[in-house]
Design a protein around this ligand. Structure first.
Ligand code: GDG
Length: 719
C-alpha cells in the first residue's frame, strides 16, 4: 500500500509524565485523523509531529515525534500560531499579540519538521500537511524533494482577503502554500477567500490561479466509533446517573474549548435572554456547559475565563433557586463515555461559535443520537459544519434575542420533525466519514500530480526527453515574440531582446537545419526593425499572421481579406472610453487587432474594469468576424482571419520542402490556436511548448520566459 506521511502539530498519543503512560491527544483534528481506516482510504499512514518531550520509547507509537527545544516551541506555538495566526484567521483581531521572535521560531520549527520529512520520505511518498502550524513546509519540501506529492489541508477558516492582507508575513505564507499539489478547505467560502488573497497579494498571473489545484473537502468524523460508543456499558452507566439527577428538567448542552471563537459569552447572554423572555422556563431548563481548559498560559485566554465565570455566576445569582442552578458550568475535560451520554440525554445542543473551521462537536452530537427520540441541534452559521448539517436550526450567535427564541422553538420542536431531521443528518454521516473525506482528498491529490507529470515541466539541465529525436532533422520552429523570445515590459514599445537571446538567435540564423519563424501580434515595422535589420534571416508573421515575410523575397505578403477590419472603428471608440476611465491603461492599434493594455493600472480596479469590458466586447462582437481574447493584463480584439493557427497552416502548405519536426513555442492565449492546429494536423512529429504554467493546449510547458534561451540552446545542440 502507498505511504502517506501525516504532518500534524500533535501525535495521536501524548506521553503523560504524571501517569508515565500514553494518553489520547486532545483536539478535533486528531480526533478525526485517528479514525482514518487505512484499507478504506488506500494508504498506510505515518505521523510526524513536533514535541518538547523526550519520549521514553518511540516504537509502538504510530508516528515520529520530532524533538524541539522548549523555548523555541513555546514561541512558535504560543507566540505565532496561537497569538497571531489563530486570532487573525478567526477574525479576532483584538486578541492578536505580535511576539517579535514568534515568526523566527515559526520558521525554525517548520524547517526542522521539513528536514525530518525529507529524511523519512521515500521516493513518491505522499505528504499530507495539516493546518496553520505548518504553512511554510510545502515550499521547503518542494525545493529539495520535487518528487514528493504534497497536499495541505487547512482546518480553520481562511479569512476574507481584507483581513488576511493585514498579516505582515502574508507573502511568505501564500508563496509556500501555492507550491502544494493540492490545497483543501472545509468550506467554499474559505476557498474563495484564499483565491482572492492569492490574486490580490501575488497577482492574477500567479500559477495557482490557473492550475486550480484546490478543493473543498469538509471533514467528517469516525461515525461508527460514536455509534458504538453510545452503546458501551460505561456510557449507559453515565446515562442512568444523569437521568436520576435530570428528572423532568430539559438540558441544553454546550461543549467547547475555552476560546474566543467558540462564542461562549454570546451563548451565556442568549441563555440569559431566554430566561428573561420565557420566565416560566426558569427551573425547567438548564444549560450544561462543559468548557475544556485550553492555552491557559496566554493572558487573553485567562481573561476570557474570568469573563465567562462572572457571567455564569451573574445568571445563576439572578435566576437560581435552592437546588436548581440554571447554568451548570464545568471547567474540565470529561471522558468520552460521559460526553457520549451527555450528547444522548440533552434535548438541545447549542453551538454558538463566532467562527469555526468546521466544529466536530455538532457532527458527534448527530452521530450519537437515537433517531427514535432525538434532540435538536442549534448551529451557528459561522461554522464550516453549517454546510454539512443542513437540517440543524441555523443561528446567528450575534443576534441574541432571535437565538433565544430559537432555543424556545428547539425545546418545543415536534418529535416527527426532529426524527426526520436527525435521520437525514445521521444517514449522511454514516455515508460520509472521516475516511471518505481523506480518500476524496488523497485521490484528488494523486490525480493532480499525475496530470502534472504528463505535462513534463523540465528542469534546466535535463530538458525534454524528445530532444534526442532532433538529431540531423530538418526543423521548423515557430516562436512567439512578447513573453517568449523577450520578457514582457510595461511599455510594449520598449521591449527588446536580451543579450543572451541575441547570441542564441545568431547561432540559429547560422544553422541551416532550423527554419525559424517569429509569429507575433506585433506589426510589420516593429518585427522588421528588430529582426531583419539585425541580420537575423528569419521568416516573420506580423499581426497574428495577417502578414507574412520571407527572408528570400524580402517583402511582406498580405494573407487575409482586406475587409477584415471593418469593425475596428467602433471597437476603438469602446477602448478609448475604457482608457479614459482606467488610469495607466492604453490601447494599441495592431492593424488586424486592437489591444487594450492595463499592466500599469491599479490592479484590482483594472481587473474589475477588464471583466466588464470583456463581457461588453463579447456581446458587441457576436455577429462580427472578430474575436476577443484575454491575455496577460491585456484584452485584445482581433480579426478572425488573423490567427496564428491559420498562419502556421498556410506556412506549412506552401513550403517547398517538408520539415521533419515542427516545434512551436509561445506564452500567450493567441499561441493556443497554433498549438491546437499543429498537434491535430501536422503530418510530422510536433512538439508544442507553452511558456508559463497557465492552462494550455500544448503538451509541454516551461516554467517561465527566463527558461526560453536554454530551451533554444538545447534545440540547437541536439539538432
Ligand atoms: C480544529 C478546528 C475543526 C471536546 N471536549 C471534550 C472532548 N472534546 C472533543 C470533541 C471534538 C474535539 O474535542 C473538538 O473538535 P472541534 O472541531 O470542535 O475543534 P478544534 O479542536 O478547535 O479543531 C475545528 C477541527 O479542527 C477539525 O478540522 O472542526 O473548527 O478549530 O472531537 O469531542 N472530548 C472529550 N472530552 C471533552 O471534554 N472526550
Amino acid at each position: 500500500m502507498p505511504r502517506c506521511l501525516l504532518v500534524t502539530n500533535r501525535l495521536p498519543l501524548t506521553f503523560d509524565e504524571n501517569s508515565n503512560e500514553f494518553i489520547p491527544s486532545a483536539g478535533g483534528l486528531i480526533s478525526s485523523l485517528k479514525g482514518l481506516n487505512s484499507k478504506q482510504v488506500g494508504f498506510d499512514f505515518e505521523w510526524i509531529a513536533p514535541t518538547t518531550q523526550i519520549y521514553p520509547y518511540e516504537s509502538g507509537l504510530p508516528g515520529h515525534p520530532v524533538l524541539i527545544p522548549k523555548d523555541i516551541y513555546q514561541s512558535y506555538y504560543n507566540g505565532f500560531c496561537n497569538k497571531v495566526l489563530w486570532p487573525l484567521f478567526h477574525y479576532e483581531r483584538s486578541t492578536i499579540a505580535q511576539d517579535i521572535s514568534g515568526w523566527e521560531n515559526y520558521k525554525k520549527v517548520n524547517s526542522i519538521i521539513a528536514d525530518e520529512i525529507i529524511k523519512k520520505a521515500n521516493f513518491d511518498d505522499t505528504v499530507w500537511i495539516h493546518d496553520f502550524h505548518f504553512f511554510l513546509i510545502p515550499e521547503l519540501l518542494k525545493q529539495k524533494r520535487p518528487d514528493l506529492k504534497v497536499g495541505f489541508f487547512l482546518h480553520i477558516p481562511f479569512p476574507s482577503s481584507e483581513i488576511f492582507r493585514e498579516l505582515p508575513q502574508r507573502k511568505e505564507i501564500l508563496n509556500s502554500l501555492i507550491q502544494c499539489d493540492l490545497i483543501g478547505f472545509h468550506d467554499l467560502s474559505y476557498l474563495n477567500h484564499f483565491k482572492r488573497s492569492v490574486s490580490r497579494i501575488l497577482g492574477e498571473e500567479c500559477p495557482v490561479v490557473y492550475k486550480r489545484n484546490w478543493g473543498v473537502y469538509p471533514i467528517s468524523i469516525d461515525t461508527d466509533h460514536f455509534i458504538e460508543l453510545a452503546e458501551r456499558d460505561l456510557t449507559r452507566q453515565y446515562l442512568c446517573s444523569f437521568q436520576k439527577t435530570k428528572k423532568e428538567m430539559k438540558w441544553i448542552l454546550g461543549v467547547d474549548r475555552l476560546d474566543h471563537i467558540k462564542g461562549l459569552l454570546q451563548k451565556l447572554y442568549t441563555f440569559e435572554s431566554f430566561l428573561r423572555k420565557y420566565p416560566e422556563q426558569i427551573g425547567n431548563v438548564q444549560l450544561i456547559q462543559i468548557v475544556v481548559p485550553s492555552r491557559s498560559d496566554i493572558f487573553e485566554y485567562q481573561t476570557l475565563k474570568q469573563e465567562v465565570e462572572q457571567l455564569v455566576s451573574r445568571i445563576n445569582g439572578e435566576f437560581g433557586t435552592p437546588g436548581k442552578m440554571p447554568v451548570h458550568y464545568i471547567f474540565n475535560h470529561i471522558c468520552s463515555a460521559e460526553l457520549s451520554a451527555l450528547y444522548q440525554i440533552s434535548e438541545v445542543m447549542h453551538i454558538a461559535s463566532s467562527r469555526d473551521g468546521m466544529n466536530l462537536v455538532g457532527l458527534e452530537y448527530v452521530a450519537s443520537q437515537n433517531c427514535n427520540h432525538p434532540g435538536t441541534l442549534l448551529l451557528s452559521e459561522f461554522t464550516g459544519a453549517h454546510s454539512t448539517l443542513s437540517y440543524a436550526i441555523s443561528i446567528n450567535p450575534w443576534n441574541i434575542d432571535e437565538t433565544a427564541e430559537k432555543i424556545h422553538d428547539a425545546l418545543s420542536r415536534p418529535i416527527e420533525i426532529r426524527q426526520h431531521e436527525m435521520q437525514e443528518m445521521k444517514s449522511f454521516l454514516m455515508n460520509y466519514t472521516s475516511s471518505h473525506w481523506a480518500k476524496l482528498f488523497l485521490d484528488d491529490l494523486n490525480e493532480f500530480t499525475s496530470n502534472k507529470r504528463l505535462s513534463q515541466v523540465p528542469n534546466e539541465e535535463n530538458f525534454f526527453p524528445w530532444m534526442s529525436e532532433l538529431k540531423n532533422k530538418k526543423i521548423l520552429l515557430f516562436c512567439d515574440f512578447d513573453g517568449t523570445l523577450a520578457p514582457l515590459h510595461p511599455t510594449p514599445a520598449k521591449v527588446s531582446l536580451l543579450e543572451e537571446t541575441k547570441k542564441v538567435l545568431s547561432d540559429i540564423t547560422m544553422n541551416k537545419k532550423i527554419d525559424f519563424v517569429v509569429v507575433s501580434g506585433r506589426d510589420q515595422n516593429f518585427l522588421q526593425d528588430l529582426f531583419t535589420k539585425n541580420n537575423y534571416h528569419f521568416s516573420l508573421a506580423a499581426c497574428h499572421g495577417a502578414y507574412s515575410y520571407l527572408p528570400d523575397s524580402q517583402e511582406w505578403e498580405h494573407l487575409i481579406p482586406h475587409d477584415s477590419t471593418n469593425w475596428k472603428e467602433n471597437i476603438i471608440e469602446v477602448f478609448k472610453l475604457y482608457t479614459t476611465r482606467t488610469p495607466g491603461s492604453f490601447y494599441e492599434d495592431k492593424g488586424y487587432a486592437i489591444a487594450w493594455h492595463f499592466r500599469n493600472s491599479p490592479e484590482e480596479f483594472a481587473d474589475f474594469v477588464a471583466n466588464k469590458l470583456f463581457v461588453e466586447l463579447e456581446e458587441a462582437l457576436s455577429s462580427i468576424p472578430a474575436q476577443v481574447t484575454r491575455g496577460k493584463k491585456i484584452i485584445e480584439v482581433k480579426s478572425l482571419h488573423a490567427c496564428k493557427g491559420h498562419f502556421v497552416q498556410h506556412y506549412l502548405e506552401r513550403r517547398e520542402y517538408l520539415p521533419e519536426v515542427v516545434i512551436a513555442i509561445g506564452d500567450d492565449t493567441s499561441d493556443e490556436d497554433m498549438f491546437e492546429y499543429l498537434q491535430n494536423n501536422a503530418s510530422v512529429k510536433t512538439f508544442c511548448i507553452k511558456v508559463g504554467e497557465e492552462k494550455t493546449n500544448a503538451k509541454y510547458s516551461l516554467k517561465d520566459q527566463s527558461k526560453v534561451d536554454s530551451l533554444l540552446l538545447n534545440i540547437l545542440m541536439n539538432s
